[in-house]
Design a protein around this ligand. Structure first.
Ligand SMILES: [Zn+2]
Length: 1205
């Protein structure tokens, strides 16, 4: 453990608080506003020693061993379990591009992040209740939105991201709809003490809040109000020590916080508050811990404050300290208030069990069944508001769910006597608080009271509940009976009868076909809300039956699912499934209508008009009401889910094929439907019918067939598969040479297509995981296979339109045909042509011009063989006249193209050297000068030479080359102010890889080449000697400082080495070759280890402007050596001659290709892809005929092309 403690603390950054609306301006201060400050203390061990002696139970963090982990730490980890933790990248703070790696931890109350996983104190603590939404934003990123700030995180994978989003959403939803605009978003409202405190070593004070068993540190009051803090300190491991004057230390095993209060008096108050907090932390949590294992008990039943520590033992609700005050005001005859922590003796095992069985959720289903949002409490409600609400809720029973027997004392008492013999305490609660008499006469002298009855039947919880309510004063409002239940009036009484075939009821879904022999013929009677079946129509006693109000779902099976042609299923709330069948469609229809009518309330009767396959009731929550689930009536028709939600007066419809997300949370059995703009959580109140609904909804949300309209669609009516593929190609494929023409890996294409067909919504294409060529082929195959094709029945009309020679009438004809397409085909065609338009706009990068695209997509979209070009012509026309035919807003189109350009650039910047999957690299090369408009993105295969690259660039820019134009590719180093023309045979890729960030490749004319060639041509032997000014780069003590100056030296350059002579005693001698050996050079370098650049950086003050920078890199593996030195010549000619000699020697005399322009043709003749093992489905530069034939081959036999490989 560190003896020097450091804490990330804020610097003064007042100026940054000007705007609270800015998203992340304030919070990404981890790096800019925080500095690590060493708290000057002696050894931490010393301090700890003193704590240990004064308080012998302090927790010493164990390393590794968990078995002996002490109770308090144990409590901390069990009471607020971590829901999810892991590494995430947090978005960069302003002014930085670098994501920050953070260890992120989520529990039910807080989202925190830390520098490392070992840190105890966070850098940021965000209460989950202050989070309003959590959104996916693509590329493994997600946003956590609080009321005025947005935190952006990036996970390592989509999977991980989705998990984070799911768990966060789950956390957030329990906090919905309780916040009003003026409240604080901070959960610690019941603070012991708060205010600014100086933390030693910091320049600014921290807003410090002592709240229950924790101390929170905030940057300032505003952050406190928003709930977004720096860290929280668990006081169960804390100790407070008073220090000199106004100082005091809060010591924990991990760190010492040295505070200084403003005054002596405040110091005393702080010390007391913190000591109380420790006391609270150490007080007995045993009961609370148990009660809180029921999740709904972790929030106040009245105002939803976290970790409520009080309870009304007769009402079976748990609430917070502030609400407890109001409960006490009701008097014990209404609310028997007890503390979970202090009144340990009242908490018998049975009472605790009762609170777990009922709990806030189920108790509130009774007590708070009808709370108008305007009256609901929030965390910030005033005492007056609390008093009013709590009085209305428990004294008046204003919001309770009325029992159907309400008002009928005799029936209520009777029901109570029956019910207490069962385990259903929820029903008992409802009965008692709707008037059933706890001490009523049972009519049985041996068991005279309900308590005795319950006892006799071993129902301990019933006994406990009844005992607690022996003297309870009942809610007294009787005026508002059924005030909020008018939505669901009892359905009219329906009568129907006839023969049906019935199987035995079952408790699990039917998965197998039931043969006729499994059915028995029964006489069925529907009358007065009861459905009864008899052995025959002669029998008076039914074999069995169902109450209509027990039916929760009716499902109509597709014909011939079972032995009888027409079957339907009834689900009861007792988790039983009944299957009925008949061979007569008419009889079936009659029964289904009659049964549905008799259990669907009149408020939802519009649903009955639909040809539903499933109808019933489900509990749901939505964004506005996440706290409490409500009842809704649902009916499924095709891919539409019609809903009549409680409290709404009209049906709503969800188009399941257009859902953005559909998932089942298996743990709590919730079906999550995300539509644009809203989310619906359908709860599995009962397992059996929920499973049926979940399966039916999932089926309906999937693609239902092979036509375009039957696919899962986006909001814009485009099949999800099409949109996802287009999006992926736009992101990652537009620079891919031959996109849509190259084949992918057949097995991968098939697998991906299958995945899309199964559930397109769940397929997230990801760079690295999916290859652009696979995705592009999935899109093509999808269109090729789609039933009826993209152009539908009128495909031939589209084809024949190509025969119209007049362009404008042809366009008109296309427009007409387009307007006649069905909506989905229209939207899809438009999206696709828009995409292809964009692809060809970037033809200089991907080689797919209009014509090439048409060749590929014509046969694909028309599902033809590709021999006839009219299909291609249609596509060519559509792309070419895209703006006119589709009436495109040109400004929007321009914006879209700009965005794509931006994406391409961004990707270049982010991953400048990322592979494209085939060993090629997309590189940025400039033409003539480094500026944006001169940028070219070139795919550089491993074997590409400098000359090939040069031609590639010149071709793209359509620059015609004359014989004496020496176009060359230069390696330019801006920092060193040097450049080097690459030799025409030099491989570009290794050079590109060796370039630092200061270097780039530039294609321009080499103006000295002519002179160099003339000089070399005049020489018989390529060697050179003479004086040059020499300066060495010497590193001073490795500090990067250089020293030295330019001095005259004599150089001899031969075919093997460059030698340097300091003393020139006899110049004559040296100039005669035979004497060279006898004169030892001062330095000597092998020529192949030298790299010579034009130019010397000005900072070195070269004596002339004709300088060369030379880099020497030793070849020896064991002793790698790199030197850089400079040579300066007196004239330009001198310099050119030296350079030409270097080049000539290093390249065996080949400085420039003999027939330059001819070499150009050679380099073009070999298709790039064939050379580098990248199998191209269609020859990239082949003739049109070649292309067409390969398209035809593809259509006839997709595997044919692989056979030649
Ligand atoms: Zn409360």
């Amino acid at each position: 453990m560190a003896s020097k403690m450091s804490l990330m603390v804020p610097k003064v950054t007042k100026s940054r608080y000007s705007s609270l609306c800015s998203d992340d301006e304030l919070l990404d201060d981890d790096t800019d506003c925080y500095q690590s400050v060493s708290v000057k203390r002696g050894s931490w061990i010393d301090d700890f020693g003193s704590i240990s002696s004064s308080q012998n139970s302090i927790y010493l963090p164990t390393t590794g061993c968990v078995s002996a982990s002490p109770p308090r730490e144990d409590f901390a980890s069990t009471s607020i379990p971590v829901i999810k933790m892991g590494w995430l990248d947090k978005n960069p703070p302003q002014g930085s591009l670098i994501y920050q790696r953070r260890w992120v931890k989520l529990d039910a109350e807080y989202l925190r992040y830390f520098d490392t996983e070992k840190d105890i104190y966070s850098k940021r603590i965000i209460p989950t209740m202050s989070i309003t939404t959590v959104v996916n934003v693509g590329d493994q990123k997600f946003e956590v939105v609080t009321h005025n700030r947005t935190f952006l995180f990036r996970a390592e994978s989509d999977l991980d991201r989705n998990e984070w989003v799911a768990v966060l959403k789950n956390c957030v939803k329990s906090y919905q709809a309780r916040t009003s605009l003026d409240m604080t978003f901070n959960p610690c409202v019941n603070y012991e003490m708060k205010g600014y405190l100086e933390l030693r070593g910091l320049r600014s004070k921290l807003y410090t809040v002592v709240c229950a068993d924790k101390v929170f540190l905030y940057k300032n009051t505003e952050d406190y109000r928003l709930g977004i803090g720096i860290t929280s300190i668990d006081m169960n491991v804390g100790n407070v020590k008073e220090m000199d004057r106004r100082a005091f230390d809060l010591t924990t095993p991990y760190r010492i916080f040295s505070f200084v209060a403003d005054t002596d008096q405040l110091k005393d108050q702080w010390v007391e508050a913190m000591r109380n907090s420790i006391k609270e932390a150490l007080s007995n949590y045993e009961v609370a811990e148990q009660i809180w294992t029921e999740p709904s008990n972790q929030m106040c039943a009245d105002c939803s404050a976290a970790k409520p520590e009080w309870a009304a033992i007769n009402l079976a609700v748990v609430f917070c300290k502030r609400c407890a005050g109001e409960h006490r005001g009701l008097g014990p005859s209404i609310s028997k208030v007890r503390s979970l922590k202090m009144d340990k003796k009242v908490w018998t095992e049975d009472l605790i069990q009762l609170f777990l069985t009922l709990g806030n959720e189920r108790a509130n289903q009774f007590w708070a069944a009808n709370v108008p949002p305007s009256e609901a409490l929030t965390l910030n409600s005033s005492s007056e508001e609390r008093r009013r609400f709590i009085t209305a809720k428990y004294r008046e029973g204003k919001y309770r769910r009325y029992h159907p027997l309400f008002g009928n004392q005799r029936e209520l008492n009777n029901a109570l006597c029956i019910n207490v013999q069962s385990s259903d305490v929820c029903e008992t609660l409802a009965l008692v608080f709707c008037g059933a008499d706890v001490s009523c006469d049972t009519g049985d002298p041996d068991l005279p009271s309900p308590i005795a009855l319950a006892q006799h039947h071993g129902q301990k919880l019933q006994v406990e509940f009844l005992s607690q309510n022996r003297n309870t004063e009942l809610p007294r409002s009787e005026v508002k009976v059924a005030i909020d239940t008018v939505h669901y009036m009892a359905p009219p009484s329906i009568t129907h009868n006839g023969f049906l075939f019935k199987t035995a009821s079952m408790a699990r879904p039917i998965t197998e076909k039931k043969g006729k022999e499994e059915f028995s013929r029964r006489w069925c009677v529907l009358n007065d809300g009861n459905f009864s079946y008899y052995e025959s129509d002669k029998n008076a006693t039914p074999n069995g039956g169902l109450k209509m109000k027990e039916i929760v779902c009716l499902a109509v099976n597709p014909p011939e699912t079972h032995g009888y042609d027409h079957t339907f299923e009834l689900y009861s709330d007792a988790e039983r499934l009944y299957l009925f069948g008949t061979d007569h469609p008419e009889s079936m229809r009659e029964w289904v209508k009659s049964i549905a009518k008799s259990f669907i309330p009149s408020g939802a009767e519009d649903l009955l008009l639909k040809e539903f396959e499933r109808i019933g009731r489900l509990r749901y929550k939505d964004r506005l009401n996440r706290e409490m689930s409500r009842l809704g009536w649902f009916c499924l028709v095709g891919s539409s889910l019609h809903i009549r939600l409680e409290e709404s007066s009209a049906d709503e419809t969800i188009d399941l094929q257009k859902l953005q997300e559909l998932s089942i949370q298996p743990e709590n059995e919730v079906l999550v439907l995300v539509e644009r703009g809203r989310t619906l959580y359908i709860e599995g109140e009962r397992k059996l019918d929920f499973l049926g609904w979940a399966a039916a909804i999932q089926r309906a949300a999937g693609s239902s067939g092979d036509t375009l309209s039957q696919q899962q669609l986006t909001e814009a009516d485009i099949p999800v598969i099409v949109e996802r593929c287009i999006h992926f190609i736009t992101q990652y494929g537009l620079t891919s040479e031959g996109i849509y023409r190259k084949s992918g890996v057949n097995s991968k294409i098939a697998a991906l297509l299958e995945e899309f067909r199964r559930d397109a919504r769940c397929v997230w294409l990801k760079e690295g995981e999916h290859q652009v060529d696979d995705v592009s082929n999935v899109l093509k195959r999808f269109f090729r296979d789609i039933e009826e094709g993209l152009f539908g029945q009128e495909a031939h009309s589209w084809l024949s339109t190509t025969g119209v020679s007049d362009e404008s009438s042809r366009i008109c004809q296309y427009q007409l045909l387009y307007s006649n397409l069905v909506r989905v085909n229209q939207a899809t065609l438009r999206a696709l042509v828009n995409h292809l338009y964009c692809v060809q706009r970037f033809a200089d990068l991907n080689q797919m011009n209009l014509h090439n695209l048409a060749i590929v997509f014509g046969p694909t979209l028309f599902q033809a063989d590709g021999k006839d070009y009219s299909a291609g012509r249609v596509i060519e026309d559509l792309i070419q006249h895209y703006v006119t035919i589709f009436d495109v807003n040109e400004q929007q189109l321009k914006k879209q193209l700009d965005e794509i350009t931006y994406i391409i650039k961004l990707r270049d910047n982010l991953t400048p050297k990322a592979g494209t999957g085939s060993g090629d690299f997309i590189c940025t090369v400039y033409l003539e000068e480094k500026k944006e408009t001169a940028e070219q993105h070139v795919k550089i295969p491993a074997a590409m030479t400098a000359a090939e690259l040069t031609f590639e660039i010149l071709d793209r820019r359509k620059i015609s080359v004359k014989e004496k134009d020496y176009w060359c590719c230069f390696e330019v180093n801006e920092k060193e102010e040097t450049e080097r023309p690459l030799h025409y045979q030099e491989r570009v890729l290794p050079i590109f890889h060796s370039l630092g960030t200061d270097s780039h490749l530039l294609v321009k004319k080499h103006f000295s080449m002519e002179a160099m060639l003339v000089y070399l041509a005049s020489k018989v032997e390529v060697s050179k000697h003479g004086m040059m000014k020499f300066r060495e780069e010497r590193s001073l003590l490795g500090l990067g400082l250089t020293t030295g100056s330019f001095n005259d030296r004599y150089f001899i350059l031969t075919s093997t080495s460059l030698r340097l002579y300091k003393e020139i005693r006899n110049l004559q001698k040296l100039q005669s070759p035979e004497l060279q050996c006898s004169n030892r050079p001062e330095r000597e370098w092998p020529i192949k280890c030298l790299k010579v650049y034009h130019g010397i950086k000005k900072k070195l003050r070269p004596p002339t402007c004709w300088g060369l920078t030379v880099i020497y890199e030793s070849e020896k593996q064991e002793k790698q050596e790199r030197q850089q030195w400079y040579l300066c010549c007196d004239t330009q000619n001198e310099m050119r001659e030296w350079f030409a000699t270097f080049m000539s020697i290093q390249n065996g005399g080949r400085v420039w290709p003999a027939e330059w322009l001819k070499s150009r043709a050679t380099s073009r003749s070999v298709p790039l892809d064939a050379r580098f093992g990248n199998v191209s489905l269609i020859p990239l530069r082949g003739s049109e005929n070649e292309m067409r034939n390969s398209v035809a081959a593809f259509t006839a036999d997709p595997l044919a092309l692989f056979r030649n490989v």
